[in-house]
Write a protein that binds this ligand. Structure first.
Ligand code: SF4
Length: 357
């Protein structure tokens, strides 16, 4: 017998009265119930799905995987058409997400990259409903998810974190080593007027204050962000504000796109579009500035020993490097999928070079 429903949230109460029940889960926990059923009553053989391994079929190398926690987005940034295509936020149940994470870890994954359209909104749509992971209540909430993933003893990297205030709560987990000290948080711009036109939150001042506070709690944090240059109506002065922000923020990893009028985006109707050549020229100036910042920051890593996860012999990534979008650490030797310690001897604008210890 499996007990499920509201009272299941108080597991101890039910277990005390009925110690022989096989499992107790909270409300709406279909996944938890099915797990308990399959544990005690194995699924009949199905030749069509039984060859699919428990971790599913993934296209990434064996040692890292993307973990999608939700679909859709409740924001309406004026340059973006994702909500019109994918709808509002729908969070996956925490038990399901954790089950997938555990399956991946069992299959040899050493790094999980948490993704979604809006990672920090995880659970908003279900009012942070409590789910059950191995019988323990866990809220459908980014910080709780990070804590649970952190217990798996692998690298956990957070992507697409919208800068909500509660993001601050995850920084101490980075300082504790529960999740990687890496935050991919798209700021998009720094001028208050442009941010307003984009329907994005926060002022550059507040963002800078928060970045300072994050670094105080977790000095090793690598912050990645993306920006748009040449948004409709962006003046040279507003673009200069963005460059000044970059100087102040000293971000570790940065991407910049020239504004592209995607069909259906509300921003396309804004006045004073920036000519194509100006957009491109601003993007190039932005990237040149960031290249200087990045080179100086990476130079400071020379002489340090970093833990890297090896993607292929001679190429690995440190905690500051997400696959495909950030830099790498180069050295001699090593085996794909293993961790190594590398003494950094040299740096350029994006990558580090060293000796495997
Ligand atoms: S840019 Fe990101 S936060 Fe904004 S609407 Fe698109 S998906 Fe949502």
């Amino acid at each position: 017998m499996v007990v499920t429903g509201c009272l299941g949230a108080k597991e101890g109460v039910v277990a005390k009265v009925h110690p022989s029940v096989l499992a107790i889960t909270g409300p709406h926990d279909t996944e938890g119930v099915m797990q308990a059923v399959h544990q005690h009553l194995p699924k009949p053989h199905d030749p069509y799905v039984d060859l699919v391994p428990p971790q599913g079929i993934k296209l990434t190398p064996k040692h890292y995987a993307y973990l999608k926690i939700s679909e859709g987005c409740n924001h309406r940034c004026t340059f973006c058409i994702i909500p019109s295509m994918r709808g509002d936020l729908v969070s996956r149940p925490i038990a399901q997400v954790m089950q997938e994470a555990e399956n991946l870890v069992d299959a040899g994954v050493k790094e999980l990259l948490v993704i979604s359209q809006d990672t920090s909104a995880y659970g908003v749509d279900v009012k942070y409903r409590t789910g059950f992971v191995h019988g323990k209540p866990v809220k459908t909430r980014m910080v709780d998810l990070c804590r649970a993933l952190g217990d798996l003893g692998i690298w956990v990297r957070l992507h697409y974190v919208y800068p909500y205030p509660h993001v601050d709560e995850v920084i101490p987990l980075m300082a504790e080593g529960k999740v990687l000290p890496y935050l991919d948080v798209p700021f998009q711009h720094a001028s208050p007027r442009i941010l307003k036109l984009m329907k994005r939150p926060a002022s550059a001042e507040k963002v800078l204050e928060r970045i300072r506070a994050w670094r105080e709690i977790c000095p090793d944090i690598a912050i990645r962000s993306t920006f748009i240059a040449g948004f409709p109506g962006e003046t040279e002065a507003e673009f200069a504000e963005l460059l000044a922000f970059l100087d102040e923020a000293q971000l570790d990893r940065v991407g910049c796109f020239a504004y592209s009028p995607v069909e259906g985006a509300a921003a396309n109707a804004l006045p004073d579009p920036v000519p194509e050549a100006v957009k491109e020229e601003r993007r190039a100036r932005f990237m040149a500035k960031q290249a200087q910042i990045s080179a100086a920051k990476l130079q400071r890593k020379v002489g340090k020993t970093l833990q890297v996860l090896i993607d292929e012999p001679g190429v690995g990534r440190s905690s500051a490097d997400a696959p495909d979008i950030d830099g790498v650490v180069k050295f001699k030797g090593g085996k794909s999928g293993e961790f190594a310690q590398v003494l950094i001897e040299r740096a350029d604008e994006h990558d580090l070079y060293g000796r495997k210890l």
